[in-house]
Design a binder for this molecule. Structure first.
Ligand code: AMP
Ligand code: MG
Length: 487
């Protein structure tokens, strides 16, 4: 266990030089205070959990203090936003403080979001508000606990600094952790600004640090791109299987590592709705729930375009062709497991699709349906769940198919079935209204609810005593909360 001043830095991205990022110091928040910290994320840095409560912790992650070895840099990148190319983006309100390596030899980027203005702030103020910082913190840690690759969050620091959005709010910072903060948009930036040397330097950096096994392949860059395709297919399959809607899948928000990244107006589905749009500024539904799948491929194509100096177009196209079949395979595998199946049959895809259509038409809660399906034998469970459906004949027909399918899958006891299903079907997810309750309390200075919710979400598959209120469908007020992009 380490104290705060014992972290070891090795700032490899900063060493790429000024063409890649700009040195900027964090702008401190007034009266910084700990809102919430993640013990699990602290463990990634070997940090003693007790240090979160010390004043120096809030000072470090509230922009007042800095380690001597930290080299805070704002990174430059660009990207396709809602389908159109934006030539220059970059860390407009976040800073890469440095790279820390832990005792296991892993490197973690420390990235402080809400740290003030940078050369890439454009019209923004460089700040993040408490509300969005709490949402990012909870989502990162909740996705990780669900087994969905994500950047992590160490802590949220609140303050008395006024920040203007639609109304006056308070500034906050969230300390984000990831093995790298390099996005698709980094590659696009050097490609479109015609800087081949820097682009090659970036590609070498990513290959050596994050895809070393691809070095052994005959075409290392192609192997790396293929790996990015595979990781994205798997990540998006998990989003779809668990009902996670990212909301702003611009290429500047896509991590080269295939982890969920840059949280904005994201949401988990309450009722199943394939057409759900969580970002109320997304008028055309470009990033609706079901569109996430083709958009994943669109984004990979944008990355492929930026890699044309290194890889032949034919090879890139072939690698892109891997995306959909891989996505399908991962998705179906997960959905089979969510249904309690251990074998594969050709008609399983149809079984899943029919169920989702029925759920869509009846507004069935996506998370609780699967959890309850595993509570009892298939026959009993479908009898109890029947009442949630409007199209009873349709559900009965599906239930017959399902029971027959479960029977063919093989014998197991109700206990085995429950254990197997509960291990993949969460009881607790980060519903928007739960986040909203925690945010409302935090905005009035009470952080206990954020902390409790965070705790519950770290064990989403485990029934926790006295936490029934976190495993409910949303109340009417909490069903269709509008989450804006202004964060
Ligand atoms: P996002 O939609 O959060 O992914 O941000 C898109 C771009 O806008 C990125 O370059 C951000 O750094 C920048 N940005 C977002 N909010 C602010 C802000 N309050 N101040 C400065 N830049 C911002
Ligand atoms: Mg972003």
């Amino acid at each position: 266990m380490k104290a705060l001043d014992e972290l070891t830095f090795d700032n490899r991205f900063a060493r790429l030089g000024d063409g890649f990022s700009t040195h900027v110091l964090p702008e401190p928040l007034d009266e910084p205070r700990l809102v919430v910290a993640s013990t699990a994320a602290m463990a990634l840095l070997d940090l003693d959990p007790a240090v979160a409560e010390t004043p120096v912790f809030a000072e470090l992650f509230g922009g007042h203090k800095l380690w001597a070895e930290a080299e805070p840099r704002a990174m430059v990148y660009s990207g396709h936003q809602f389908g159109g190319y934006t030539p220059q983006l970059g860390d407009g309100r976040g800073l890469l403080l440095g790279e820390v390596y832990n005792q296991a030899g892993e490197h973690w980027d420390l990235h402080l979001k809400g740290a003030g203005m940078t050369p890439y702030s454009r019209m923004g103020d460089g700040r993040a508000v408490l509300r969005s910082s709490i949402r990012e913190f909870l989502a990162s840690e909740a996705l990780h606990a669900l087994g969905i690759p994500s950047s992590r969050a160490l802590c949220v620091i609140g303050s008395s600094t006024p920040v203007w959005r639609e109304k006056q709010e308070r500034g906050a910072m969230v300390l984000r952790l990831a093995p790298s903060h390099i996005r698709f948009g980094h590659f696009e930036y050097f490609y479109y600004t015609k800087q081949p040397e820097q682009q090659a330097q970036l590609a070498e950096h990513v290959l050596n640090l994050h895809f070393p096994e691809c070095r052994e392949q005959p075409e290392p860059y192609l192997a790396m791109f293929r790996e990015v395709v595979e990781r994205n297919a798997e990540m998006i399959a998990k989003w779809q299987a668990y009902g996670f809607c990212h909301g702003v899948m611009n290429t500047d928000n896509m991590s080269i590592l295939g982890i969920t990244f840059d949280f904005g107006p994201f949401a988990f589905l309450d009722d199943f709705d394939a057409h759900f749009i969580c970002n109320h500024s997304d008028h055309e539904g470009r990033y609706s729930f079901s569109n996430q799948v083709p958009i994943g491929q669109w984004n990979l194509s944008a990355l492929a375009q930026a890699l044309t100096p290194f890889i032949s177009v034919d090879a890139l196209k072939e690698a892109l062709g891997l995306y959909l079949p891989l996505y399908q395979a991962h998705y179906l595998d997960l959905m089979r497991r969510r249904l309690g199946l251990t074998t594969a049959e050709d008609d399983d895809q149809q079984l899943v699709e029919r169920l989702l259509k029925l759920m869509q038409n009846s507004g069935v809660d996506y998370t609780l349906f699967f959890r309850r399906l595993g509570d009892e034998s298939a026959a009993l469970a479908v009898t109890r769940l029947r009442d949630d459906f409007v199209d009873l004949a349709g559900f009965d027909a599906w239930a017959e198919l399902y029971k027959a399918r479960v029977a063919r899958d093989g014998d197991d006891s109700e206990t085995q079935r429950r254990e197997r299903m509960h291990a993949v079907n969460p009881l607790y997810i980060l519903r928007n209204y739960l986040a909203q309750n925690a945010i409302a309390a935090a905005e009035s200075g009470d952080y206990s609810e954020v902390r409790r919710l965070h705790e519950v979400l770290t064990k989403p598959f485990e029934e926790q005593a006295g936490m029934e209120q976190y495993a409910q469908r949303p109340p009417d007020w909490g069903k269709h909360l509008e989450i804006s992009c202004s964060s």
